[in-house]
Design a protein around this ligand. Structure first.
Ligand code: XMP
Length: 324
C-alpha cells in the first residue's frame, strides 16, 4: 500500500545518503528474505555501485543459485555474481562428520571466498567502502543479550565478523526492523511473494542435514527429496503456516525395502516441519496424513537412494530444529 511505498522510498533515500555519491558497497546474498530485501534496497538506492556476491557451497537447495540469479540479476537488475565453489567446499568437507567442524569449515571458507571476491571488486572499481549486512533487530538483541547456556549448543552465525584486512564500514539498513516489517518492505520494493515468505535456511545448508559425512552423492539425493517435499507443501497450502521445513538424510543408516521383485537396501530420510515464532522454541507441525503420504510415496518412487521416509515428531526443547 501507499504507506509502505512511502516508507520504502524514504528508506531508499536514507541509504543513498549514507553511502554517499561515490561509495561502492558489497554484500553477500543467500537467497533468504533479509539478504534479498537488503540487496534490492541497495540496488534501488545506488544501482551498480552495489555489488552482490552469492557463494554456491554445494550444499544449497535444488536450483537455488540459478533461481537467485534469475530473481536478483534478471528481474531486479542487481549486479550479482555467483561463485560456484561446490568442489572447493566438498573437498574440505571430505571425511568430516562432526557438526561443529562442518560449520567452522563452511563458515571459514565462505569468508575466504567472499574476501577474494571483494578484493576483485575493489580492484575493478578502485575502491570499496561499505559492507552490506541484512542484520535485523532481533539479531541485534540476540547478539547483545543471548548469553545463556543454549548460546553454546550450536555456533549459528554465518557471519564470523569482518575480515580485519578489509577496512569496510558496515551498513545495516534493516537493523531496526522485525521480520514482518522486512517482509512488508520487500513487498513494497516489488519483490515477489514467494521470496518474501521463504522459510529461513541455515548458512551451512544441507551439510548439517546430512548426518555424518557430506559428499556430492548424498547432497544430490537430499536435494532431490527436499525439493519434492517443499513442492508438496506449496501444493497442499501448508507452506506459510510452517516456520521451517526440510528433509534430513541419514546415510549411515540403511533400511531394507522391496521394489518390484527385488530387495532394496537404501537410505532413510526424515521430514521435519515445525511451527515456531522465534525459532527458540518450536512444535512439530501437525501435517495431515494425506500430505505426508504424498510426500513419502513421491520421495520413495522418485528419489533413487531413499527407500524409507519418517516424520519427525520432536519439539524444541528438548530437541533442536536442525538435527545437527
Ligand atoms: P536449532 O537447530 O538450533 O535452530 O533449533 C534454530 C534456527 O537456527 C538455524 N540454524 C542455523 N542457521 N547457521 C545458520 O545460519 C547454522 O549453523 C545454523 N544452525 C541452526 C536453524 O535452521 C533454525 O532456523
Amino acid at each position: 500500500d501507499w504507506v509502505m511505498t512511502d516508507y520504502a522510498n524514504e528508506f531508499i533515500e536514507s541509504v543513498r545518503k549514507q553511502v554517499g555519491e561515490h561509495g561502492h558497497v558489497i554484500g553477500a546474498v543467500s537467497g533468504g528474505v533479509d539478504s534479498t530485501v537488503a540487496a534490492v534496497l541497495m540496488n534501488k538506492a545506488i544501482g551498480h555501485r552495489f555489488h552482490a556476491v552469492m557463494v554456491d557451497n554445494g550444499c544449497l537447495r535444488k536450483d537455488e543459485a540459478k533461481n537467485v540469479l534469475k530473481r536478483l540479476r534478471e528481474d531486479c537488475g542487481v549486479d550479482l555474481r555467483c561463485i560456484d565453489a561446490a568442489d572447493r567446499f566438498m573437498g574440505l568437507l571430505e571425511g568430516v562428520t562432526d557438526p561443529e567442524r562442518k560449520r567452522k569449515i563452511i563458515g571459514g571458507t565462505f569468508i575466504d571466498i567472499f574476501q577474494e571476491e571483494a578484493e576483485k571488486i575493489e580492484k575493478e572499481f578502485g575502491h570499496c567502502d561499505w559492507l552490506l549486512q541484512g542484520t535485523l533487530y532481533p539479531d541485534v538483541i540476540e547478539s547483545i543479550s543471548y548469553k545463556g547456556p543454549s548460546a553454546t549448543i550450536k555456533t549459528h552465525h554465518n557471519v564470523g565478523g569482518l575480515p580485519a584486512t578489509m577496512k569496510l564500514k558496515l551498513i545495516e539498513p534493516l537493523r531496526e526492523l522485525f521480520k514482518d516489517e522486512v517482509r512488508a518492505l520487500g513487498i513494497a520494493l516489488g519483490i515477489d511473494e514467494v521470496s518474501v515468505w521463504r522459510h529461513p535456511f541455515p548458512g551451512p545448508g544441507l551439510a548439517i542435514r546430512i548426518l555424518g559425512e557430506v559428499n556430492k552423492k548424498h547432497a544430490e539425493i537430499l536435494r532431490h527429496a527436499d525439493a519434492i517435499m517443499i513442492e508438496e507443501l506449496y501444493k497442499s497450502g501448508h507452506y506459510r503456516a510452517i516456520g521451517q521445513a526440510f528433509v534430513v538424510l541419514m546415510p549411515t543408516v540403511k533400511s531394507v525395502g522391496v521394489m518390484g521383485d527385488g530387495r532394496t537396501y537404501e537410505n532413510v530420510c526424515a521430514i521435519r516441519c515445525v511451527e515456531t515464532t522465534d525459532y527458540m522454541t518450536a512444535d512439530f507441525y501437525h501435517l495431515p496424513y494425506e500430505v505426508m503420504s504424498n510426500m513419502s510415496s513421491r520421495i520413495i518412487n522418485e528419489v533413487r537412494g531413499i527407500n524409507r521416509v519418517c516424520y519427525d515428531i520432536s519439539s524444541k526443547p528438548p530437541a533442536t530444529i536442525e538435527w545437527e
